[in-house]
Design a protein around this ligand. Structure first.
Ligand SMILES: [Zn+2]
Length: 92
């Protein structure tokens, strides 16, 4: 669950400022929604468990996907940030 501090290819520093990746949490929420909801829908159309079954199924899906969510939320956040507030030459 760790990541490089700087890009090994171009040397760009990922964390522009303290708390830079806090916004990635919100990207992660959106990604989690798009994983949990399909898991619940699949459960509904297959085994139709009790309410606890949905909860356990969605939790299991999110736990399995959490390493992907963790990393890709940060990557997507960096793309959004670069789009909205591009890095200057002296920041690279
Ligand atoms: Zn790079």
């Amino acid at each position: 669950m760790r990541m490089y501090e700087d890009c090994p290819h171009c040397g760009i520093h990922f964390e522009r400022e303290d708390g830079y990746f806090m916004m990635a949490v919100f990207v992660g929420y959106v990604m989690s929604f798009f994983i949990a909801v399909p898991a619940v829908v699949i459960l509904y159309f297959t085994i139709r468990p009790s309410i606890w079954g949905y909860l356990i199924g969605a939790t299991a899906a999110l736990l399995l996907a959490s390493p992907l969510i963790f990393h890709y939320a940060r990557v997507i956040w960096m793309y959004i940030d670069q789009l909205l507030d591009p890095r200057r030459e002296d920041e690279l």
